[in-house]
Design a protein around this ligand. Structure first.
Ligand SMILES: C[S@@+](CC[C@H](N)C(=O)[O-])C[C@H]1O[C@@H](n2cnc3c(N)ncnc32)[C@H](O)[C@@H]1O
Length: 260
């Protein structure tokens, strides 16, 4: 295959800027540069620390290409565990909500895996909602804007079989320690989970008690250090917790089942 004439210069520049996968990134930026004169600007912006996915306009998630707009949370590889655990706990034909949906990546994957009878997504951030709407439009999946369950049509209360929520869970004091790509280029509301990181997730669990159907599941992602505290939250609300962990993905998901 004929290599782009600027490829080695691009690789050198990206490597000098600290990009670990400089060769792969160079190829992706070269193929994204349309018209080709855009390449220099893309490389400048990547070298200055903008996330690759925001420059490409998409991220790969669970084998799918998911559109990601500037400022919107880039779906992480580790969230594949949350999606798989949620799908494994839920029958096909379920009513499913992707809460705190960001780009709508989880909803997109669950649409294919579960063939839900009802599927929707919701987020507080207008930029995320616009991005998710674009990603999910071809499936006819509605994306609502608002604070957690306030965004969801009230007739769904008590009728959801699965609420999957990759909500923000970084403790406030750890946000400044995140890599600059996240800290500077993703919305703070996508990252900051309050004092212990569980502020939003506690509210998600309180809401789930009302919105889940009997036997339905809440599925969330947490850090390994938050598992015990969140288990206590779920148990205190009458949900039955279970935990899955994947060492390779460095990922932890907690499920809470509404008895019945
Ligand atoms: C960590 S990002 C995850 C996005 C997406 N679920 C994913 O895995 O790629 C968290 C998302 O939660 C949204 N969010 C934060 N607080 C919220 C709230 N109170 N109500 C609804 N969405 C919220 C943010 O806007 C952001 O899109």
């Amino acid at each position: 295959m004929k290599r782009h004439p600027d490829r080695s210069a691009v690789v050198t520049r990206l490597r000098a800027a600290g990009c670990v996968f400089a060769e792969d990134e160079a190829d992706l930026l070269i193929s994204a540069a349309d018209p080709p004169e855009r390449l220099a600007d893309l490389v400048d912006r990547r070298a200055a620390g903008q996330p690759l996915e925001h420059l490409l306009g998409w991220a790969e998630f669970c084998g799918l290409r998911v559109g990601v707009d500037p400022g919107v949370f880039v779906p992480r590889a580790r969230t594949a565990l949350l999606v798989s655990a949620a799908a494994a706990a839920t029958r096909p034909g379920a009513a499913v909500l992707d809460l705190c949906c960001g780009s709508g990546a989880a909803a997109l994957v669950l649409a294919g895996r579960l063939r839900p009878r009802w599927l929707a997504a919701a987020d507080l951030d207008p930029a995320a909602v616009a991005c998710a709407r674009r990603n999910l439009a071809h499936l006819g999946v509605p994306v609502y804007q608002g604070d957690l369950f306030d965004a969801v049509p009230p007739e769904r209360r008590g009728r959801l079989d699965l609420v999957v929520a990759n909500a923000p869970y970084v403790p406030t004091e750890a946000v400044p320690l995140l890599p600059p790509e996240a800290r500077l280029h993703e919305a703070p509301v996508a990252l900051d989970g309050g004092r212990d990181g569980l502020a939003v997730l506690r509210r998600v669990a309180r809401g789930a008690v009302d919105w889940l159907a009997p036997g339905g599941h809440l599925a969330v992602e947490v850090s390994g250090r938050q598992v015990d505290a969140y288990r206590v939250v779920l148990t205190g609300l009458g949900l039955v917790p279970s935990v899955v962990h994947d060492e390779d993905l460095d990922a932890t998901a907690v499920l809470g089942r509404r008895p019945g």
